[in-house]
Design a protein around this ligand. Structure first.
Ligand code: NAG
Ligand code: NAG
Ligand code: NAG
Ligand code: NAG
Ligand code: NAG
Ligand code: NAG
Length: 317
């Protein structure tokens, strides 16, 4: 602990301290000037953001913007940002978070924007959800979670924040739960960005479909495309027809196919039964036909024989 920001890479401009050093520093610098309002650390190998990582000796810092992209951060310990009571913007994008304490973001009552683009592994999603479920983020206006392979919205409730923008583009969302749609309707000011997700356009999407069409809470609605089923791939979800996402319709269709199958099977069985029960009658009937045919043939044969004689006679003449 305690590697300082190299002076060659440190420059100050309007309170900005930029420590984007090329040499792989492995820690947060300890000597951060108290007048710093923006701190940028990039391309370092930090791996763990420990408790009070920025204020180890207990002082408070006035930092308002803290940018920590691309630092190979894998773990965030409880109260990692303690002492940064004025922090408004926190960027943790492009890291490899594997473990996040539920109290990682405690002590950030002023935080307005939190960027977590491509920053955590799928195994850490549940932990992230816990870390975000904290009253101390009550002033959060903007939350960016792009590129994290998310399969669901990692927020339990929306009413604990003050969200205006929730960015969920480029994840693995196949649908949005009905429950989540209800909470979105209740948070009228919130805008949700959802393009580049592989939506499955079946009847599970019904509530989402009407929310897209009804609410204007989704600015990138036109770019939300179906990826399944095959027949609807590439079609914007909001351009589907009501019956495409109507579960009643889908069930009715399934039921009608089943009914058709049952009816055909019944008809087949009845037909076979009739054949079976009438096998004597049918045999008799076939015999009758055969006999009738034989009689006819005999009549023809007889006539032929009768007719042939005179002809033969005339030829002979
Ligand atoms: C604590 O750290 C700050 C800056 O990191 C420094 O200015 C201050 O003198 C330190 N205080 C003590 C008591 O060491
Ligand atoms: C980062 O630092 C850790 C030790 O803190 C080390 O094991 C690892 O190899 C480093 N990674 C890179 C890419 O330098
Ligand atoms: C990711 O976060 C950055 C802030 O570091 C933001 O400017 C950018 O728009 C975000 N990218 C995406 C794809 O949303
Ligand atoms: C989507 O996210 C992945 C994973 O983070 C990233 O590699 C890719 O560049 C992103 N794609 C776009 C179009 O932003
Ligand atoms: C979203 O839906 C999931 C699953 O139904 C639920 O656990 C979660 O609390 C919901 N979140 C919001 C913000 O509605
Ligand atoms: C909103 O969605 C519902 C279905 O949930 C639909 O019946 C209604 O017509 C829609 N309202 C508007 C204004 O589009």
């Amino acid at each position: 602990m305690g590697i300082t920001c190299s002076f060659l890479s440190l420059f100050t401009l309007w309170g900005t301290v930029n420590c984007s050093s090329a040499d792989e520093e492995t820690d947060v610098p300890t000597e951060i000037p108290t007048w710093t309002s923006t701190l940028i650390l990039k391309g370092r190998n930090i791996s763990t953001l420990s408790t009070r990582a920025f204020t180890p000796n207990g002082t408070k810092l006035e930092i308002m913007t803290l940018l920590l992209p691309n630092n190979g951060i894998q773990a965030i310990e409880p109260y990692a940002f303690r002492g940064l009571t004025r922090l408004h913007v926190l960027d943790l994008s492009h890291n490899q978070l594997e473990s996040i304490s539920p109290r990682a973001f405690h002590g950030l009552p002023e935080l307005r924007s939190l960027y977590l683009n491509s920053s955590f592994l799928p195994s850490a999603t549940a932990q992230l959800q816990n870390a975000l479920s904290t009253q101390t983020l009550r002033n959060l206006h903007r939350l960016e979670l792009a590129g994290n392979d998310l399969k669901s919205i990692p927020l339990e409730k929306l009413d604990i924040y003050h969200l205006h923008d929730l960015v969920l583009v480029n994840n693995s969302l196949e649908k949005i739960e009905r429950e989540n749609i209800s909470s979105l309707y209740r948070q009228k000011r919130i805008r949700v960005y959802l393009s580049l997700n592989p939506f499955r356009c079946n009847c599970d999407l019904e509530a989402f479909y009407y929310w897209l069409k009804n609410s204007s809470q989704c600015p990138d609605a036109a770019r939300i495309l179906c990826s399944e089923p095959e027949s609807k791939r590439g079609i914007p979800v909001e351009k589907l027809r009501g019956e495409d996402v109507d579960c009643m319709n889908e069930n009715l269709e399934a039921v009608s196919y089943v009914l058709l199958g049952i009816v055909s099977a019944l008809i087949g069985v009845v037909f076979l039964m009739v054949l079976y029960l009438n096998r004597r009658g049918i045999k008799r009937w076939l015999n009758n036909i055969r006999e009738a045919c034989r009689d006819q043939m005999e009549v023809y044969h007889y006539r032929y024989e009768q007719d042939s004689d005179p002809r033969l006679a005339s030829v002979a003449v």
